[in-house]
Ligand binder design. Structure first.
Ligand SMILES: Cc1cc2nc3c(=O)[nH]c(=O)nc-3n(C[C@H](O)[C@H](O)[C@H](O)COP(=O)(O)OP(=O)(O)OC[C@H]3O[C@@H](n4cnc5c(N)ncnc54)[C@H](O)[C@@H]3O)c2cc1C
Length: 381
């Protein structure tokens, strides 16, 4: 189906982003995967090229764009199968906490660096003992005059090694009776004494992503680094998690489309028993099934992106999109991999990496089981 999500101006931006990916991302991908981390210089280049934080206002160095600009960047990253360069985590998940909940001084201090790529951000919620059950987190921040003293450990933190700023969820009131109202958010600068990082965690996919543990030991952070009111952290997280889920869905959908396109081309070229494998009924049926699922996902997602960009708050639909597109994306990657035969198992092929990268999308940004809990609650069940 023809997409009507983008205006002619959006399509011009898409063209710029697509060309930027080809010149600034694709040539480095193999090296980034081998070193397990994207070059810091790539973040600065992204900032200079306007690929970071397109929604930040001009006042803070941005261009004051829309969520559609972010959507284009996420899609183009997925189209070149770059799963480790966490631009969208930075631009559309972490920075919005500062933008939305930060005061004027916090925004003036941090947003320009986030836009120009000097400051790379991370969001630290998950702990070794808790992920889905966010209210059970154990890291603490204890007020001491004009500072808070932070102690605790966070794990699986994307951009963990590169980050200069961490938006951190901690307990300011550890009383279990106040599990939700006891959570606050802080921006921790990486040069703060008491903050340290673990080594890069080895993962099955997202090879160029620097996912790590973060440690806070008597880490003294100025009270001025708290985002919003003390105890308002859980509410802030809940408000921003819709966009996080939508971002994951957009990436999953675009990756499924790309891998399907590559697979169709491959099956037309690869021969077996004297004809292209695309001529076998099984291949055609599998590709027809995948194409149908991809089209259905696209129709739902484009409508949702449009509504989200217009400012609608769509808890159920964002959870549905995350659930459906990530399950679909995994299934499409698996079917496509099968059609590549042995080559599909080789790491040099996009389909092999797309299959491994797709797996985590069912886990992070809230597991798909948690999505079902949210959806059913929204259904009044
Ligand atoms: C590559 C990667 C990057 C990540 N990046 C970040 C990051 O940048 N920042 C961050 O804070 N976190 C990050 N995470 C963490 C991620 O969000 C968590 O792993 C996820 O939320 C699940 O938490 P958990 O791993 O503790 O699993 P658990 O919560 O222990 O869940 C284990 C299993 O139990 C199921 N389960 C849990 N509760 C229920 C329930 N009530 N009903 C039914 N089933 C349930 C889950 O669905 C899952 O299948 C990342 C994870 C990965 C793998």
């Amino acid at each position: 189906m023809k997409r009507d999500l983008y205006s002619p101006e959006d399509l011009m931006f898409q063209d710029v982003v697509r060309r930027w990916m080809l010149t600034e991302v694709v040539p480095h991908q193999e090296r980034w995967r081998k070193q397990g981390i994207v070059d810091r210089a790539a973040w600065r280049a992204a900032g200079q090229a306007g690929m970071l934080c397109p929604m930040v206002s001009e006042e803070y160095g941005g261009v004051g764009g829309t969520f559609l600009h972010s959507t284009i960047i996420i899609e183009e990253l997925a189209r070149v199968f770059e799963s480790g360069f966490a631009i969208s985590l930075h631009s559309d998940i972490v920075v919005p906490y500062i933008e939305r909940f930060g005061d004027a001084a916090q925004k003036a201090r941090w947003l320009p660096g986030c836009v120009n790529g000097e400051l790379v951000t991370a969001l630290a919620m998950t702990e070794p003992g808790t992920g889905s059950d966010l209210a059970a987190l154990r890291a603490t921040a204890v007020r001491d005059g004009e500072h808070y003293v932070i102690n605790g450990t966070k794990t699986f933190i994307s951009n963990g090694l590169l980050c200069d700023l961490v938006v951190l969820a901690v307990k300011t009131d550890p009383d279990p009776a106040n599990a939700h109202s006891g959570i606050s958010l802080f921006v921790v600068e990486a040069d703060t004494p008491g903050f340290s990082r673990g080594t890069k965690l080895e993962k099955m996919g997202m090879a160029s992503q620097d996912t790590a543990e973060l440690f806070f030991e008597d880490c003294r952070v100025p009270a001025a680094n708290r985002l919003g009111a003390e105890g308002a952290g859980f509410l802030m997280l809940m408000q921003n998690l819709q966009q996080e889920r939508l971002v994951v869905a957009i990436g999953a959908q675009a990756a499924a489309e790309s891998i399907l396109e590559e697979t169709i081309a491959y099956t037309k070229e690869r021969h077996a028993f004297g004809r292209p494998i695309s001529k076998f009924q099984n291949t055609r049926f599998k590709l027809a099934e995948c194409a149908t699922e991809v089209e259905v996902g696209r129709a739902f997602l484009d409508k949702l992106v449009q509504q989200h960009a217009a400012g609608e708050y769509l808890v159920k639909e964002c959870s549905m999109a995350k659930l459906w597109t990530t399950e679909m994306g995994q299934k499409v990657a698996d079917e496509c991999l099968q059609l590549f035969g042995g080559y599909g198992y080789m790491l040099e092929y996009n389909v092999s990496r797309a299959f491994m990268d797709a797996r985590v999308q069912r886990i992070y940004a809230g597991t798909n089981e948690i999505m079902k809990i949210i959806i059913s609650k929204q259904m009044g069940l």
